[in-house]
Design a protein around this ligand. Structure first.
Ligand SMILES: [Zn+2]
Length: 465
């Protein structure tokens, strides 16, 4: 039995992990690589294995760096089932179509430039039709129920506490020697106490652990203080007559921020007449999926909102914006307001317009609430660069840049350690989904806690289990 990482190996995007057992191949996640445009495109296009040889795909959650390359997989010949939870299936319906739309737009933009130089056009990585085909192959499974992928290979999805519908997966394999092996694949591991979501499942026992390690070298701020810090930033910006711009992932982070603002507004911690805009058609669609799947809300949300028949995602001064005209009209908004928009890392989408229009004004604030990968505009703002390029033009960053990292949906170093040490019987640990610095630090931490066999796979490196 073998294990190979073909993505999120010593990096954080492009998750693709393969098990080869009993002559069959099962792929866990099929995410998009993100980062520099040309490099990402080449990596996403060229799959390092033959998709038609896969028996099945197991999908941990709907984030694009875990699901975003499923349409390419299907386009290049994968015909089998893609197992995921009901919420992941509903979310992917929007996420993959949106991703296809971005691919088509990007190809169009590149082709306009190519046409001017007399060069031949390129095809989009995949189209909406390819996304639709992939969506048709999604198969819903319930949390906490064992699903047989083929005789001798079964999976049980458990709550990961990361985003709506996200799973960590317990795998049971009967190998060539008729030995039962228990393996845990964390997908992206969440944290205790996050808004809306229940805490991650604690795995009692397993032999092999394949764990993400995004924040293997860091501790997050506690969530307890996050909402008061958010209120402070809002009140300070509003007092200056400024606007608060929040770049946020359309999936999960936007809903969490809206939920926090709802509570702050309800409890009089921020001005109740302060307009709040969610400017992202994808976020609007994703919020509908959140409303549909109340079964995954935590006790607090049920108690504070659902049992009183209140909607956690709407309040008096909150407006969801889908049309381009309404989005453009925000440029002329006079006076304080909050604008939440995507993409989360400020790489494309409407957030770019809001940043361009607002970062040169010292009264305004940009609030970073999510992970910013290397080489993204979001990372540049986070690192307090004073001049940035947007749509190819330089802009001075005169506004205030604030950071709240407590909303992070990823386990930090101590959460990862406590998750691993809680599992009885671990003999081997693989670290995936992390930048190398974080992985090395987390490897040290595991060693200090008595784990002996720890590997950090390279891309394509084959391990016998
Ligand atoms: Zn994720």
């Amino acid at each position: 039995m073998q294990f190979v990482s073909y993505g999120a190996a010593r990096e954080v995007t492009g998750s693709k992990h393969m098990f080869v057992a009993n002559g069959k191949k099962v792929l866990f996640d099929c995410g998009s690589f993100q980062g520099r445009r040309d490099e990402a495109r080449a990596k996403n296009e060229k799959l390092p294995f033959n998709p038609s040889e896969l028996t099945a795909v197991v999908l941990s959650h709907a984030h694009i760096d875990h699901s975003g390359n499923l349409p390419t997989l299907v386009k290049q010949g994968f015909k089998g089932p893609i197992y995921c939870t009901a919420a992941t299936k509903d979310l992917c319906d929007y996420m993959l179509r949106d991703s296809a739309f971005i691919q088509e737009k990007e190809a169009q933009y590149i082709n306009e430039k190519k046409a001017k130089k007399g060069e031949p056009p390129i095809e989009p990585l995949y189209t909406e039709k390819d996304a639709d085909d992939a969506i048709k192959q999604l198969r819903e499974v319930n949390f906490n129920e064992k699903t047989e992928i083929y005789p001798g290979f079964s999976v049980t999805f458990r709550e990961a506490g990361h985003i709506l519908g996200a799973a960590l997966i317990e795998i049971e394999v009967i190998d060539e020697n008729a030995q039962l092996k228990k393996i845990v694949f964390t997908g992206d591991l969440g944290r205790k106490g996050l808004p809306l979501l229940r805490d991650p499942y604690e795995v009692p026992e397993a032999e092999i652990l394949i764990t993400e390690s995004t924040y293997g070298n860091r501790l997050h701020e506690s969530f307890v203080d996050a909402e008061s810090k958010l209120a402070e930033i809002i009140n300070k910006t509003a007092a200056k007559g400024g606007k608060l711009i929040i770049p946020a992932f359309a999936l999960e982070r936007t809903q969490e921020i809206v939920y926090s603002l709802n509570k702050l507004s309800k409890n009089g911690k921020i001005p109740q007449d302060l307009p709040v805009y969610v400017d992202s058609p994808l976020a609007v669609n994703v919020t509908e999926v959140f409303k549909k799947h109340k079964e995954f809300y935590d006790q607090e949300t049920l108690k504070e909102f659902v049992n009183d028949k209140q909607d956690p995602f709407s309040f008096a001064r909150l407006t969801y914006i889908t049309s381009v005209d309404d989005s453009k009209a925000l440029n002329n908004h006079i006076g304080p307001c909050i604008i939440i928009s995507a993409s989360g890392m400020c790489e494309f989408g409407r957030i770019l317009h809001h940043l361009r229009n607002n970062i040169e004004d010292h009264r305004n604030t940009v609030l970073i609430v999510g992970y910013m990968a290397e080489n993204t505009l979001g990372r540049k703002l986070l690192e307090k660069e004073r001049k940035v390029n947007i749509f190819g033009k330089p802009y001075e960053v005169n506004c205030t840049v604030e950071v709240i990292d407590a909303y992070s949906a990823h386990a930090d170093r101590s959460d990862l350690l406590s998750f691993a040490t809680h599992i009885k019987g671990i003999k081997k640990v693989f670290l995936v989904h992390g930048e190398e610095k974080a992985q090395m630090a987390f490897k040290d931490a595991l060693t200090q806690n008595g784990f002996k066999w720890i590997q950090i796979p390279q891309f394509g490196e084959v391990f016998e289990l």
